[in-house]
Design a protein around this ligand. Structure first.
Ligand SMILES: [Zn+2]
Length: 199
């Protein structure tokens, strides 16, 4: 195996080896007797087949401060809601590695919150802003645009619909309260060039 073809991160157009050494596999192309990467990704050599291929790395954005994300509430603790970050709200791409994020009780809404159970329930889908991306992901749902965007009834699991008196279960008629986003029920990408919430 030559230095050119050991497994590594490659750019499109990067030389992987010669057509004499390797059969061009998926994610590569041959040009003038040389094999190049066609994708951004990791190159792999199959010695038995004498083939080289490139497995794409999709352009999933790193989660960074200011990003808007969709997150599912998994668990409520006394001081924080523990969430799974599902996707970027701006690109709708799924988040890499299903990272965990937390909403501290002081960041759930503007003003004092007695209990996170008054604002969220497990299973709720939040639209949240990343206030810290590293080393742990911290989220806020305080601005009016942010908060719960989809939720289910805690007694019957029916979908809750936004009404004038809060959230109403479409199945059993129960009413529930959440820290609702203005865009509750409207799961759509947020119009923002920089990922910050619209004002
Ligand atoms: Zn219900």
């Amino acid at each position: 195996m030559s230095e050119q073809t050991s497994e590594r991160f490659v750019m499109p157009g990067e030389l992987l080896g010669t057509a004499e050494e390797f059969v061009p596999g998926p994610g590569t192309y041959e040009d003038g007797g040389r094999v190049y990467a066609a994708l951004l990704g990791h190159s792999h050599v199959d010695p038995a087949a004498r083939a080289v291929s490139v497995q794409a790395v999709h352009g999933i954005p790193r989660i960074a401060t200011g990003d808007l994300v969709y997150a599912r509430v998994d668990e409520l603790k006394s001081q924080m809601a523990i969430c799974t970050i599902l996707a970027s709200a701006t690109t709708r791409r799924s988040a890499p590695g299903v990272p965990e994020g937390t909403v501290h009780i002081s960041r759930a809404k503007d003003g004092y919150t007695d209990s996170l159970a008054d604002e969220f329930a497990p299973g709720d889908i939040l639209l949240a802003e990343v206030i810290q991306g590293h080393p742990s992901i911290k989220l806020t749902t305080a601005p009016p645009e942010l908060g719960v965007v989809a939720a289910r009834c805690q007694s019957c699991h029916g979908m809750l619909s936004a009404g004038s008196k809060g959230l109403v279960c479409l199945r059993c008629g129960a009413t529930e309260r959440r820290k609702q986003s203005r865009s509750y029920g409207l799961l759509r990408p947020v119009d923002s060039a920089h990922g910050s919430p619209p004002h």
